[in-house]
Every structure is written in C-alpha cells, then in structure tokens.
Design a protein around this ligand. Structure first.
Ligand code: AMP
Length: 409
C-alpha cells in the first residue's frame, strides 16, 4: 500500500511526497491504522525503522482534523524524549510533516533560556516534544497546562529508564487526563520496561518489529580482533581508506573520545567529538555539520549519540566494545537507516571478547570476523608511523608504543 492510498489529508500527503516517502515502513504499516482509530499502542521497534513518522503521521492527521484554523491551538499531544537531541529531531519531523496544516509544534528542553520557549507557548502550540526537566519547570511556573491533553507518546522508553526518568514519567501522569491515548515506544523490552508500559497504556495494540532480530536488516556487521593499544592505527588506516565516507565512532567515555581525537590529529586526520562535557550549543553545531557532511568523522559516547538521526552514515565503528549489549543495537542503529545500507565494524580486544559474546547472544546472530593476517597487522602499525612523519615524531611514537607494551607486561 502506498501513502497516497491512505485517507490522510492532502497536506500530509503532499509533505510525505516532498520527503520522498512513498510506502510505509513495517512499523508505520502496522501502527498507523491503530493510532488513527484511537487505540493505545505498545511498540518494540528500534530507531532506523521509521518509528518517529509511525506516530507523528497519524497524530498530525488526528489533530489537524480536530483543530479549527480560527482557534488558537492548545496542547493536545506531548511527546516525551530522553535527550535534547531527540527533542530537536522529533520536533523537526513534526514540523516537516505538519507543514501547511493547523498543527504547531514546539521542542522543549533545558540548558537554554526559557523565555523564547514561553513566547512560543503563549502564542499556542498543539504538540509539545519535551525532555522531562524543562517540561516540569514550565508546568510548575504555570506556562504549560496539560489538562486538555489527548495523546501522550513515550518515545525511547528504555533510554528514558537508563537515564533515570522513571519517576518523571510517573509524575507526568499527575498532570494529564486519565482518559487519553497513549503510545509507548521502546527499542528493547525488559521486565522493567514492560511494567512501565503497562502502567501507562490501556488495552494496547502490541507491535513488535523483527522480535528475534532487534537490529536493522540494512546493516552488515563485522568484528576485527585488535589489541587496545593498536586500535588507533587501525582506525587511522580505515579512515584513510574510506575518505569519501561518513563515519561515526563510538568510545566508552568522554576522556577516551578526546584521546582518540588527539591520536587522529597526530596523523593529520580531522575529527570532532560529541559528549556530555560539551555545551549544548556546541553539540548542536557539531551535529548540524555532521548531518550536512562538513564533518565526516565524529567520535561519540553512547549517551550523546543515542537515537540521533543523521543521514547517510556509512560506517559505525565500535572503537570500544559497548559494555551493554543493548547499546550495540542503539549504536549500529545510527547506520542503515530507512532504506539505506550501512556497516558496523567492532574493534574487539582480548579483554573485550566476553562483551562480544553477550552481544551475539543478544542479537541472536554471529558477527562476521574480519581476519587480519599477522603480517598485515604489523604493517598497519608500522605504516602509521612512517608516512611523512619527521624522524623525531617517529621516535616519539616508537617510544610511546614501547612504554605502553612494557607497562602491560
Ligand atoms: P526513525 O526510525 O524514525 O529514526 O527513522 C529512520 C529514518 O527513516 C529517517 O531518516 C526517516 O527519514 C526515514 N524514513 C521514515 N519513514 C520512511 C518511509 N516511509 N520511507 C522512506 N524513509 C523513511
């Protein structure tokens, strides 16, 4: 079935066409009719499946039909998101799909001045996309009333729980009507998520996309066994061999992110980092540049990059193996989005092999091993040092590697 065959208003159809969305994705095909009928939905679907549009399209259709042009809009829908990046991204999807309709969307998040947000709120807003903190601030100051809320969406619920937002979601229930439609989305399902979901939804339609295969089918997975201290040489080589590609590199901590950036800078590779220590403004700027392709290589921590929708990421590199198998799913979900293909390559050291086993169990499949011949392994390290580097730098590098190796012994 094509989008043009649905009974959406013409404005939505036109917006879908402009976006180049012709047919619904699996989750959209399953979720849209139920949402339009006013049913609660409990969906297990990872990002990259088109889940945002799966709830945004029917919400706009419902609200557009309810809102008269002459009346000032009031808040009828709240979409809860775990991070500012996701608020911005989801609000953008709402605005794009609601173009020329009566629906106004506002993205609310902390870390920025509240006055401009209040100014938009006073003019009237139909959909609020928000992180819990700023939403509650504005409710307590009387700028936001959710008394007339019709639809509540909890997006990325598993991520919400990871960030400790469970109490916030429960608190939200005190501010919204009991009779409402609730749409609950999570990439993974655990007993805790189930409990939370069933405390919010009423007789939901359950939708699960590829239950045994939580990762997008558009992603090819590889793992290469590389020792911790050698990873930077292999990253350098990979980047140099893939100069045309957009690459997202995951590391475990903020400090590691800066270290890998510095290691790449030493071999004249420009990268950027995104992590919790960077001011929001800078993070937004970097994400914009990465989306536009002016930045080709981004080094990120799990939290900072979760859920972000950047077009055309060709490779996700797990420079550090994720400690939590669920994070693997989130990381590699950054590539192979929509109808695009992508690849994920994990650099796995001896000490990380156990994490690899957990990941393989979690995604119920073996990850293809890239065999690196011993000779090639050695050459990769040596090559990194000899390219156009002054002698002093080479000696410094050799000393550095030697001292690391001695320390290890
Ligand atoms: P999401 O899972 O919501 O983060 O969406 C993943 C990507 O799929 C986004 O880049 C969307 O623009 C794209 N997308 C969503 N729905 C469709 C569709 N029906 N056809 C093509 N691309 C889509």
């Amino acid at each position: 079935m094509k989008f043009q065959d649905y009974t959406f208003c013409n404005e939505i159809k036109q917006n879908l066409e402009e976006l180049g969305y012709k047919k619904p994705t699996d989750i959209q095909y399953k979720a849209i009719p139920s949402i339009l009928q006013g049913e609660d939905v409990l969906a297990i679907a990872q990002t990259g499946t088109g889940k945002t549009a799966a709830f945004v399209i029917p919400i706009i259709e419902i609200l557009h039909n309810r809102t008269r042009k002459s009346r000032q809009p009031h808040i009828q829908c709240v979409i809860m998101e775990p991070t500012r990046e996701l608020v911005i991204q989801t609000a953008r999807v709402c605005n794009t799909l609601a173009k020329n309709t009566t629906i106004k969307t506002l993205g609310l998040f902390g870390g920025v001045e509240q006055d401009p947000q209040i100014a938009v709120l006073t003019k009237g807003v139909s959909i609020l996309v928000a992180t819990p903190g700023r939403l509650f601030d504005l409710i307590s100051q009387g700028y936001v009333s959710l008394q007339q809320l019709k639809i509540l969406v909890v997006d990325e619920a598993d991520h919400m729980l990871d960030l400790g937002f469970i109490e916030d979601i429960k608190q939200l229930l005190r501010h919204i009507p009991r009779y409402r439609q609730t749409l609950f989305f999570s990439a993974t399902i655990t007993p805790q998520i189930k409990d939370l979901a069933y405390s919010l939804v009423h007789k939901p339609v359950r939708i699960q996309i590829s239950p045994k295969d939580p990762v997008s089918k558009n992603v090819d997975h590889y793992v290469a066994f590389i020792e911790m201290d050698d990873k930077r040489f292999f990253l350098e080589q990979f980047i140099k061999e893939h100069q045309e590609n957009k690459i997202l590199i995951f590391v475990r901590t903020k400090v590691r992110a800066e270290r890998v950036k510095a290691a790449m800078a030493r071999v004249q590779i420009h990268t950027e980092t995104i992590h919790g220590d960077k001011p929001q403004k800078e993070r937004n700027h970097i994400m914009k540049e990465f989306a536009a392709g002016t930045i080709q290589i981004l080094i990120a921590t799990d939290i900072s990059a979760r859920g972000i929708d950047i077009p055309n990421i060709d490779y996700v590199i797990n420079y550090d193996m994720p400690e939590d198998a669920e994070n693997y799913v989130h990381r590699i979900g950054r590539t192979g989005r929509g109808t695009k293909r992508g690849s994920s390559i994990s650099f796995c050291s001896e000490s990380e092999k156990e994490l690899l086993t957990h990941i393989e169990e979690f995604i119920s499949k073996k990850i293809t091993v890239i065999d690196i011949d011993k000779q090639i392994y050695k050459q990769t390290i040596l090559q990194s040092i000899d390219t156009n580097t002054p002698l002093q730098e080479i000696l410094k590098e050799i000393e550095y590697i030697d001292s690391k190796r001695k320390k290890k012994k």
